[in-house]
Design a protein around this ligand. Structure first.
Ligand SMILES: [Zn+2]
Length: 90
């Protein structure tokens, strides 16, 4: 049966927020030639063993500073929307 016409409808949406974890490794090796220990370093923006990424930090600052929300509101919201309970510490 030939198609007479096609109508379109679009739904625009935002994908659900999802936590991604990027793990950095810094290797230590002993040079087989000179015997010295050589260490690689972590990126400058990764100073801690565990930290929040830039997007989460920007979102929390936006919610708490620009919208003047108490810290526990975005914290609870992150638990609901991303299934992650953010620390009260920055
Ligand atoms: Zn060497």
């Amino acid at each position: 049966m030939p198609v007479e016409s096609v109508q379109k409808r679009q739904v625009h949406d935002i994908p659900p927020p999802q936590i991604i974890v990027i793990e950095h490794h810094a290797e230590t090796v002993i040079c087989p030639h000179c015997g010295q220990i050589h260490e690689t370093s972590f990126p400058d923006d990764v100073p801690a063993h565990l930290q929040y990424g830039q997007t989460i930090r920007v979102l929390m600052v936006y919610l708490c500073i620009y919208h003047l929300l108490p810290m526990n509101v975005p914290q609870k919201s992150s638990q609901t929307s991303m299934d992650v309970l953010l620390s009260k510490q920055p």
